[in-house]
Design a protein around this ligand. Structure first.
Ligand code: COA
Length: 202
């Protein structure tokens, strides 16, 4: 059972961990995620665009490491506001509900940005992604070399607005704690290991 609080919005300060997650993906997963066999250099430059403009990234964070992620990239489409989403869950973390938890966050995000079309592209043989999308009532459009999941007319509700506000506070607190641990953790441990100066002469 996935602890849902571990799925949170990632910030620019999480870029390093997000990059490390994408770099850990094996070649088959990279092919499923990006639609081609991408090298490390591609990921290095790709990840720089993930936190730009209105793009959002959600991650499943365990022991300070991002083990699963989903990107939300909005754009103006012919029917109004559209967004493209893409998922990646590391091999050993699959089939535990992480993809579903990430999808829930994307639906809330899409609702609150009044998204007329949420689209996800995958390869025809990618049953996992298509089944996951169907769980969220996506319509799957078939093309010879691609499948496109589409969810239409996502509008804000009182619940979706409240949920994102609450999630953002938790995400911010969790990211801040992560930074604190990274910056102060090792130093604090080192200080603790040093002999304490005597306060009075022997
Ligand atoms: C697609 C992906 C994100 C699913 O993540 P996940 O964390 O395993 O998903 P969940 O555990 O939440 O599974 C939810 C549902 O998806 C479907 N599903 C997941 N993996 C599946 C698989 N290997 N085969 C068939 N259906 C699968 C099932 O219906 C599952 O529900 P169930 O467990 O009740 O049967 C993951 O397999 C992945 O990262 N794949 C590589 C990258 C990729 O393909 N990205 C998509 C293109 S952007």
């Amino acid at each position: 059972m996935i602890q849902t609080f571990r799925v949170r919005k990632l910030f620019a300060t999480d870029l390093h961990e997000y990059r490390a997650h994408l770099l850990r993906l094996d070649s088959h997963t990279r092919y499923s995620r990006f639609g081609s066999f991408v090298r490390d250099a591609f990921i290095e430059s790709y990840v720089e665009s993930s936190f730009r403009d209105d793009a959002l990234v959600f991650g499943y964070v365990e022991d300070g490491l991002v083990r699963g992620a989903a990107e939300f990239r909005p754009y103006r489409g012919e029917h109004g506001q559209h967004a493209e989403v893409a998922f990646s869950v590391e091999d050993d973390w699959r089939r535990r509900g992480i993809g579903s938890s990430l999808f829930e966050k994307l639906i809330i995000t899409a609702r609150n940005r009044q998204t007329a079309r949420l689209v996800m592209h995958c390869l025809p043989e990618n049953r996992a992604m298509q089944n996951l999308a169907r769980h969220f009532q996506a319509r799957i459009r078939l093309a010879p070399d691609e499948r496109t999941g589409i969810i239409v007319n996502l509008n804000p509700t009182a619940m979706s607005l409240a949920q994102e506000a609450t999630d953002d506070w938790r995400a911010f607190a969790s990211a801040a704690m992560g930074i604190h641990r990274r910056v102060w953790g090792p130093r604090q441990l080192a200080l603790d290991a040093e002999p304490r100066p005597r306060l009075s002469p022997p």
